[in-house]
Every structure is written in structure tokens, then in C-alpha cells.
Design a protein around this ligand. Structure first.
Ligand SMILES: O=C(O)C(=O)C[C@@H](O)[C@H](O)[C@H](O)COP(=O)(O)O
Length: 359
């Protein structure tokens, strides 16, 4: 089975990738020394409808997990849902001998991981990602947290999972929009670290739900290697994974959460970052065009909705965690596969790049 090991001293864990793994969850937990903990599944209503039965049945009669669901969508990534889930788990008798299984996309993984980081002062958790965004990106690396009205992911903690179980078959039930949005993160990985992957991504038929396990594993390995070099984002290495996210997060937070999907906002953020890369890092326009064509292949948006005002995006992105002493550390490309963090991008460059998204 394709397995990517994430090497982080005593926080190391494997990411297992294979069709059909969901139904083997209880055995996999036992093989990884996690069977002595009482499981609480955190999921969302849509994912739970399709997949929680298979997961619960894998436990057979013993150590049956409790199930806790939140409404589907980004609006659930909130501090009030964190409190609801913690209180529900306490009422269900969970304590520090429990573990959380996050079954769902990026929202569920970030939310459940954050609950795990604070519940009884931290308990272990396992990620079972069911979307492209979460399988190639958010389930790995230990960034957990929630949004506030002021901006994306502003409350949270680093808390690494003990195990990540990726079952590509879970992608089959995804609505088209949720399937497509995830490719923004895979395209980001190609843009920053793996130029050759652009051609492989182009061979995926966007109308099908088939993504080869080795392509998922290749993305996970890119993410794992970056996280291993800079787990807590203190060295301008992990920040490279934020390519497209400065303006992308600003756009996402400018509408009520969930109106524009994360990957859709990141597609716009990538277009803006390519524009800035041409000006500041000498990226050749034909390289930008290759990336933009691939975003288009997955029906991802490249034009900013008129309802989003530039001033609102600027206000939201002013809280980006990459601001240091009033200067934004912005991620650019000098060529495909070669990303840098630079500090020469001004607020007016950002404003101009947002304006560029209107054309
Ligand atoms: O794991 C990371 O590091 C990333 O930046 C991956 C991003 O794709 C992801 O959206 C992440 O959660 C954003 O992190 P943030 O620190 O900008 O909130």
C-alpha cells in the first residue's frame, strides 16, 4: 500500500493511501497501537450519511465509537462548534483515554483536530480525509483551528494526528464542485515543488471521481517533506505551502463562510500570486498560463465575483499570519516548481493584483 511517513520525532506518523481502507479502520488503529482508546468520530452531516456506517461497522461489537456531527460547510469551522463538540463528548463520557477520528473534509479535520488539541488538555486524533483538499493537504501537517469573522484560521493549534487513513473511494460521493476545488491545492503543490506533476494532473478527467492513489501519495509526500523541514512555520519553508493563500484567504473571508469554497478562493489567490510573481520574481508569463490553464481544466474560478470589494479583501488579508513588523512575507514563483518567500511586496501590489482578478 502507498504509505508516506511524516517524520517529526515523537510526533511522527504514517499516511496510508489505498482504496477500501475505511472499512478496515479498526484493524488499522490496532496495528498502530491505538486500539486502547475510546473513539469519538467527528464528522459532518453529508459525509456521515455516506461513510460513518462503514467506519462504525469496522469496530464490530466491541469499543464502538460515538458519533458527533456538525452541519456541512465552512461555517461549522467556528469556536461555537468547538464548544458544542467538547460538551457533547463530555456528556457521552469521553475523557483523556479517548481519541478523536476526524471523518470528512478540511473543515471537519481542522475542527476535530482543534477539539483534540484542547479536549482534556489534548487527546490523540486520527484523520480520515474524504475530499481532495483534505487528502492532498489539510489532513497532513497538524495545522488545526477555526475561523472568526475577522479572518480564516485565526484561532488554532499545531496538533499532529497519530495516523492518516486516505481511502480514495470516499471521493466517489463528492459533489462536482467539492471534487474540483481540491485540485487547487494539488496544482499549488506542483507550482511550488513539482513542475512535472502539472502534466499528470492534466490527465485527470474532471467529470470522473477517479484519482490514482500514487498521485495522492505524491502530493502528500510534497507536503510531508515541507512540514518536516519547518513544522511550526518559523523558517519561511512551510510558508511556501501558503502560495495563493494570502489573497485567497482574504477573498474567502470576504463573503459569508462557505459561499466561495476554499479551493475556489485559492484558485483566485494563485492567479493573483502569479501576477505578482511575474512582477517581483521574473516568472515568465507562459509559466503562469500553464498553471491558469490547469485551474481552468478543473472549472476553478479565475475572475473575482463583482460582489467582493477590493477594500474588504484588503482588510481581511491584513490579518494574515505572514505579516511581520507590518510587512507581508509573500510567496512567489520564479519558475514552476521554484517558490520563494519575499518581503518586497507592498500593500499597493496586493491591491493591484486583486484588481487584476477582475479582468
Ligand atoms: O499546512 C500548511 O502549512 C499550509 O499552509 C497548507 C494550506 O493549504 C492550508 O490551507 C493551511 O491550513 C493554511 O494555513 P494558514 O496558516 O495560512 O492558516
Amino acid at each position: 500500500m502507498p504509505t508516506v511517513q511524516v517524520d517529526l520525532d515523537d510526533r511522527s506518523y504514517p499516511v496510508l493511501v489505498e482504496n477500501g481502507l475505511l472499512s478496515k479502520t479498526a484493524d488499522l488503529l490496532a496495528q498502530h497501537g491505538l486500539s486502547g482508546l475510546r473513539p469519538a468520530i467527528i464528522s459532518d452531516e453529508a459525509v456521515s450519511r455516506y461513510h460513518s456506517k462503514t467506519l462504525i461497522e469496522s469496530f464490530g461489537a466491541g469499543n464502538s465509537p460515538t458519533l458527533h456531527t456538525v452541519p456541512s460547510g465552512e461555517a461549522s469551522k467556528s469556536i461555537s462548534q468547538v464548544e458544542n463538540l467538547c460538551r457533547e463528548m463530555i456528556r457521552a463520557g469521553h475523557d483523556r483515554r479517548s481519541m478523536i477520528i476526524a471523518l470528512g473534509g478540511g473543515v471537519v479535520g481542522d475542527l476535530a483536530g482543534f477539539v483534540a488539541s484542547i479536549f482534556y488538555r489534548s487527546i490523540p486524533f486520527v484523520q480520515i480525509p474524504t475530499t481532495i483538499v483534505s487528502q492532498v493537504d489539510s489532513s497532513v501537517g497538524g495545522k488545526t483551528g477555526v475561523n472568526v469573522a475577522e479572518g480564516k484560521n485565526l484561532l488554532g493549534a499545531f496538533h499532529q494526528p497519530k495516523l492518516v487513513i486516505v481511502d480514495p473511494e470516499t471521493l466517489r460521493t463528492l459533489p462536482a464542485r467539492e471534487f474540483h476545488e481540491g485540485f487547487a491545492e494539488a496544482i499549488k503543490h506542483a507550482a511550488i515543488r513539482d513542475a512535472a506533476m502539472l502534466d499528470d494532473l492534466l490527465t485527470i478527467a474532471p467529470q470522473k471521481r477517479d484519482v490514482p492513489a500514487d498521485l495522492l501519495a505524491r502530493n502528500i509526500a510534497i507536503k510531508a517533506r515541507v512540514v518536516e523541514s519547518d513544522e511550526y512555520e518559523t523558517k519561511d519553508i512551510r510558508a511556501l505551502l501558503n502560495f495563493g493563500h494570502t489573497i485567497g484567504h482574504g477573498i474567502e473571508a470576504s463573503l459569508p463562510y462557505g459561499q466561495i469554497l476554499h479551493g475556489e478562493a485559492i484558485s483566485l489567490g494563485i492567479r493573483a500570486a502569479l501576477h505578482i510573481s511575474e512582477k517581483h520574481s521574473g516568472l515568465q508569463p507562459e509559466h503562469s498560463t500553464r498553471i491558469l490553464d490547469l485551474l481552468g481544466h478543473f472549472n476553478l474560478p479565475l475572475t473575482l465575483p463583482e460582489s467582493i470589494a477590493t477594500a474588504t479583501v484588503m482588510e481581511k488579508l491584513s490579518r494574515d499570519k505572514k505579516f511581520k513588523s507590518g510587512k507581508i512575507r509573500f510567496v512567489t514563483l520564479s519558475e514552476i516548481g521554484c517558490a520563494h518567500v519575499i518581503d518586497s511586496v507592498s500593500l499597493s501590489d496586493l491591491e493591484e493584483a486583486i484588481h487584476h482578478l477582475r479582468g
